[in-house]
Write a protein that binds this ligand. Structure first.
Ligand code: GRF
Length: 203
């Protein structure tokens, strides 16, 4: 079986990365994690990658004068791993349209809300403040407009009356861990058909 090369971009603890690593370690995956790139040296996910013998790179946005120069260096770093697919798994940087265009149709993001509701940050607090009865997560292709690309997969969870940001985010995270490996695997199998903003899983 041909294995696609996946590069994962992170900024933090890396629980979604851990799920992808576990999927590969279980055997039979149609992808390998070719590299992990973080914009934060202290990101917990880097240790997870190193423990799995996955090459890592750290590129701090603080070392760059502008978003454009950071993104140009990020592109060089990512391309060194020759990705078929780039996965943003808790990568907390807004990317320039030049960077996004370089990976058009082959970059996906996991976002902890039911898009198009609650783009951006603090999604769980905002869902609670809005009195939502359901929350959830979305895996989508990345386009230049933040959190707006074609939706690959979504999962909803109930919001309970005594939820806090922490209990709600834990319930959503469990669904993220289910959706992301499936979306990566479907992409790598060539099953995702994009028509405008709609994504069909074929086969
Ligand atoms: C996840 O909730 C993801 O949806 C969001 O950032 C968080 C990253 O968590 N974009 P982790 O680093 O994968 O544990």
């Amino acid at each position: 079986m041909e294995q696609k090369r996946v590069v994962v971009l992170i900024s933090g603890r890396g629980s979604n990365l851990a799920i992808l690593i576990a999927r590969c370690a279980a055997g039979g995956a149609n992808f390998v994690i070719a590299g992990v790139v973080s914009n934060k040296a202290e990101a917990g996910g880097l240790a997870l990658a190193r423990a799995a013998n996955i090459p890592t790179a750290v590129l701090s946005h603080k070392d760059f004068a502008s978003r454009e120069t950071f993104d140009a260096a990020l592109r060089t770093t990512v391309d060194q791993f020759a990705p078929d697919l780039v996965v943003l798994a808790g990568f907390m940087r807004v990317l320039t349209s030049v960077f996004v265009s370089a990976y058009a149709g082959r970059m996906m993001n996991i976002h902890p809300s039911l898009l198009p509701a609650f783009t951006g940050l603090h999604t769980h607090a905002r869902a609670l403040a809005a009195g939502c009865k359901f929350a959830g997560c979305t895996v989508h292709f990345v386009t230049p407009e933040l959190d707006h690309g074609p939706i690959i997969a979504q999962a909803a969870v109930p919001v309970l009356w005594d939820d806090t940001e922490s209990t709600l985010s834990a319930r959503v995270l469990a669904e993220e861990h289910r959706l992301l490996p499936q979306a990566v695997s479907d992409f790598c199998a060539g099953k995702l058909v994009v028509e405008g903003l709609q994504v069909r899983v074929s086969g």
